[in-house]
Each structure stands twice: as structure tokens, then as C-alpha cells.
Design a binder for this molecule. Structure first.
Ligand SMILES: [Zn+2]
Length: 531
């Protein structure tokens, strides 16, 4: 039963209210090379969730997590799940109360995960043999998990083993096997106990078996159906990064993990929840880390609503998305976004435009849009059709996300034109793009990067305006800078949890998110962004 009660709105954060003495953060504005300040920013308080997840993401080397794991928020298992928005017999997760956008839904450790450092070492040893590098990474990651699952099976049959270690192996294997047989999940007599089993916490009911035997084929089957791989990235990107930057430590630190509870969540291209990954140290020492998944609400979710998220990057265009979901997951998506985009792009005016845009996305061939006129005119044609055909705002937003790559091409091209009018136009477009990303994934680094883009364009406009004498432009640009400062702050808190007053943490977060849609030279690199 879906409650009609409205959710609380996400609290807006007053930038000045919690400002502290040290919160002026200097960031390179990325366009002019002039150092700009994020006025009044304070990331000292999270009103978007009670879990401080930032220590996972940036300072996990020595810190112990400050909350219990697993953390299970206002969620429960339901027998009535959906697949691609069609109600099916499958299972799903639902909310147990009204949830506000940004609120933490759960933080769970991986049941089994491939150690990225080890997989990378083995990959660098093997890659000299040539062949499909992405496949090599995928196979090594899968093999690593297979070995861990088999080691857990072996533990159970070892009579010398400590009872506590055997018990742990048993409940981990139980959680792993639960994914194999959906009929067991179909009859959810006790959702809380089943959730306990799926995250292997203390309340897990240990199956009576003393031994478990799983052959490699069975284990691989479970991994391929339910594992969380490079997520919105892919093995190809990982292989390239590991090959080209063999000495860089900060180059894909996760590859594949098993999260039985998270595997219960169904897909939607306009999801109400999103996930990010982090890691925590294990008891074996700081070098050994355990992977965790953090999920939070992407929108206000009424009590009793099914939680959904996107299996593939929300920045994927409609036609490509449809094909990917069918070939990889075996279903055709009928979510509201798919319906809206399908209807919008069927308009005759859009036909040629989106064919080119799809090709741009699929081939990642930036040459298609390197001609300034191509990128700019494509985007302005799309925008013109939006307004002349009265395409609903929601459809417009989804389409802009789908063709975000094209918009970045256009920003690149317009940047070189370098005048106030152009900048104002770009700020308006970037703002639209921001709203579009927020509706699909408020935790994506692309979204954060677009916020930086909005901030940088405004800041640059203010710099230019200061040289002139138009007070209106100066005022407008200054208000824009303030607005985007605030948005940056809120979005980073949602993405990383409470960042606190540790400026190092804040800088790490800012640096990371800023670079997603730009290159080392400071401007936006469409070729490699947008997974
Ligand atoms: Zn869809």
C-alpha cells in the first residue's frame, strides 16, 4: 500500500549558517587559471543522511568506520518486485517509511569481492600474451571470487577449523547461494530474517549443512547474474587504465563484488536510488581492505514504494540503453523515462539528429563533433525542437542526460568563442544539464562535474564582467557563483556523506569530482567522460 503522505523536502542548506573559520576553499577555476574561492562553503553538517560515509571513500587507510556494518535503513524485502517497471513475480526492496532525497538506505559489506590490487598485478603479468585485454581483467576478477568462495567451502569441511570461522564461512556461503534460487526468496515469511541472511549479519540463521560443495560453473553463474562489476564503467576502461598508467595507484581500485541484498533491487532508467562503492580496512591490517556498497535515495520516496536503480549508466541514450538492457539483462525496459524518450524521439524532426547523436555516443568518436559547427548546431537544433514542439520538461531532461556527451562537445566548442553572450548561453545550458542529471543520478561524478562546470562558467563570466563596467552582468554572475557554490556543497554531501571540516577530505572530493568532465589542462574533455 503506497502512502499518500508527502515526503519532507530535502532541506536546503544555508551556506553561511555553518561557516567556520577555515572553510574558504581555494579552487582553480579551470578556465582562466585564476584562483577562485568557494565563498562561505562549509561541509560540516550533513542533513541528508545520518551515516558518515566519507571516511570510507577518502580516509579509509587508518580510520575505523564510525558506524556499525551492515547499516540497514528504512527498507524491507517484498515479494512484489518489478522488472523494467513491469510488475513481476520477482522480489524487490521497498521503503518502510517516507524517505527524503539523499537519505542513506543502506551500507553493506561485500560478501565476496575481487581484490583490485591482486587482479591488477596478475593482469600486468598476463597482458603480455596479448588477446582481449578486457576479457583478461574480467576473467581474473571472476577467478578471484571463485577462489574465495571455494576457500569458504573448504573451510567448512576442515575439522581443525575454529567454530567461529566455520560459522562465518557458512553464513557467507548461505548468502551467496540464496541468489541462486529465487524460489527460496519468493516466499518471504520473515523479511527481517531473510535480510539478515542476505547481508550475513549476526542474526543470520545458519543453514544446517556442515559442508557445501559448489563447482566453478555454478559459482560463475551466480557471479555473472548477480555480481556488481565495474558498474557504470567497463572492463575495457580498466584494462586500458592499468596498461597505460601501470605505476598509478589511483587507477580503478575496485573491479567486482557480490552483494546479495543489493542484487534484489530492480532496474529503472529514472531510479529513486543510487549506489556508490567504498572500502574499509579489515582486521588483518591497513593493507587489506573490504569493499562496501553505500545506497541512498535519489528522490523523495513515499512509504511502501519499490526501490529501483539503474543497472547501466543513466547517461546512455534510449536506443543504446534498450539494446544493452535486453542483451545483458534479458528484459525490455518500460519505465516512465523509456516511454517518454521513445515518444519524444519518434517525432520526425528528431530523426536525423538523434541518429548522429547515437553514433557519437556509441563510437566515442569526438571527430564527429570536433567541428565547432557540428556540436553547436546539433545542440541548438535539439533545444529549438524542444521549445517549438512543446516537449514536456521531464522528457527534455531525460534526453539531455542521454546526450550529455554532445552537450559537453558543444561547451568545448563554445568556450573558444569566449564572449559574454556565449558564456551566458552556456551557463543556461549547463544549468539545464544539471537539473537533468539530478533527476537520474544525484550521486554521479558526472553530475558533480557539471556543477563545477556551472560554477566555473559563472566565475569566468564574473571575471570578464569585472573588466567591463556593466553592473547588471556583474550582479548576475555573482549571484550565479553563490548559487552554484551552494549546490556544489549540497551535492558533495549527498555523494560523499558528511565531509566534515577536514579540508583535505574536501579538497580530495572536489579534485576528484571536478576532473570527470575535463582534462589535465583544465578544460572539458568530452572524449573520455560519460561512461
Ligand atoms: Zn527504462
Amino acid at each position: 500500500m503506497v502512502s499518500k503522505k508527502k515526503c519532507k523536502k530535502t532541506p536546503s542548506l544555508d551556506a553561511s549558517r555553518k561557516a567556520t573559520k577555515s572553510d574558504e576553499i581555494s579552487i582553480d577555476d579551470g578556465i582562466s587559471g585564476v584562483k577562485g574561492g568557494l565563498e562561505g562553503i562549509s561541509l560540516s553538517s550533513s542533513e541528508t543522511g545520518s551515516n558518515d560515509v566519507s571516511s570510507f571513500l577518502f580516509h579509509s587507510k587508518s580510520t575505523k568506520p564510525s558506524f556499525r556494518l551492515p547499516f540497514l535503513g528504512p527498507i524491507s524485502l517484498s515479494e512484489r518486485g518489478s522488472i523494467g517497471a513491469k510488475i513481476s513475480h520477482g522480489r524487490g526492496l521497498i521503503t518502510t517509511r517516507d524517505v527524503s532525497s539523499g537519505e542513506c538506505l543502506f551500507v553493506i559489506p561485500s560478501m565476496f569481492s575481487a581484490d583490485a590490487v591482486e587482479v591488477r598485478t596478475r593482469y600486468l603479468q598476463e597482458k603480455i600474451n596479448g588477446g582481449d585485454q578486457a576479457k583478461v581483467v574480467e576473467r581474473l576478477a571472476e577467478d578471484h571470487i571463485v577462489q574465495k568462495v571455494q576457500a569458504a567451502c573448504d573451510l567448512l569441511s576442515d575439522e581443525e577449523i575454529q567454530p567461529s570461522a566455520a560459522g562465518r564461512a557458512r553464513i557467507q556461503l548461505n548468502a551467496f547461494i540464496l541468489q541462486m534460487n529465487s524460489e527460496r526468496v519468493l516466499t518471504i515469511e520473515n523479511p527481517a530474517a531473510l535480510m539478515g541472511n542476505l547481508v550475513a549479519n549476526e542474526s543470520s540463521t545458519i543453514p544446517p549443512k556442515d559442508t557445501v560443495n559448489l563447482d566453478k560453473g555454478t559459482i560463475l553463474g551466480i557471479i555473472r547474474r548477480n555480481g556488481f562489476g565495474p558498474d557504470f564503467h567497463n572492463y575495457n576502461k580498466i584494462a586500458t587504465c592499468w596498461t597505460e598508467r601501470a605505476n598509478s595507484e589511483h587507477c580503478y581500485n575496485r573491479v567486482l563484488g557480490i552483494y546479495p541484498l543489493a542484487a534484489m533491487i530492480n532496474h529503472s532508467c529514472c531510479p529513486n536510488a543510487v549506489r556508490v562503492f567504498g572500502s574499509i580496512p579489515t582486521q588483518n591490517g591497513i593493507k587489506s581492505k573490504k569493499e562496501v556498497m553505500i545506497a541512498h535515495a535519489n528522490a523523495n520516496i513515499p512509504n511502501g514504494t519499490e526501490i529501483t536503480w539503474s543497472y547501466i549508466s543513466p547517461a546512455t541514450p534510449f536506443a543504446v540503453r534498450r539494446e544493452m538492457l535486453l542483451s545483458k539483462y534479458g528484459f525490455t525496459c518500460h519505465c516512465p523515462r523509456c516511454a517518454m524518450e521513445d515518444e519524444a524521439i519518434s517525432k520526425a524532426e528528431f530523426q536525423g539528429l538523434f541518429a548522429l547523436a547515437d553514433r557519437r555516443w556509441s563510437t566515442r568518436d569526438s571527430n564527429l563533433c570536433d567541428q565547432r559547427e557540428t556540436a553547436i548546431s546539433l545542440v541548438s537544433s535539439i533545444e529549438r525542437i524542444f521549445s517549438t514542439n512543446q516537449i514536456p520538461i521531464e522528457s527534455q531532461r531525460y534526453l539531455r542526460v542521454s546526450y550529455g556527451l554532445l552537450y559537453i562537445d558543444s561547451f568545448n566548442a563554445m568556450h573558444s568563442l569566449n564572449n559574454e553572450e556565449c558564456l551566458k548561453h552556456n551557463i543556461q545550458l549547463a544549468t539545464q544539464l544539471h537539473f537533468s542529471f539530478v533527476s537520474c543520478n544525484n550521486a554521479s561524478t558526472e553530475h558533480l562535474s557539471i556543477l563545477h562546470l556551472c560554477y566555473d562558467l559563472s566565475s569566468y563570466l564574473r571575471t570578464i564582467a569585472m573588466k567591463g563596467s556593466d553592473p547588471n552582468t556583474i550582479r548576475w554572475a555573482t549571484s550565479q557563483v553563490r548559487f552554484w557554490t551552494d549546490q556544489l556543497k549540497i551535492a558533495h554531501m549527498i555523494r560523499y556523506g558528511e565531509l566534515g571540516e577536514d579540508l583535505e577530505k574536501v579538497r580530495d572530493a572536489m579534485k576528484h569530482s571536478k576532473m570527470v568532465v575535463r582534462n589535465q589542462d583544465g578544460w572539458y574533455l568530452a572524449k573520455d567522460c560519460f561512461i
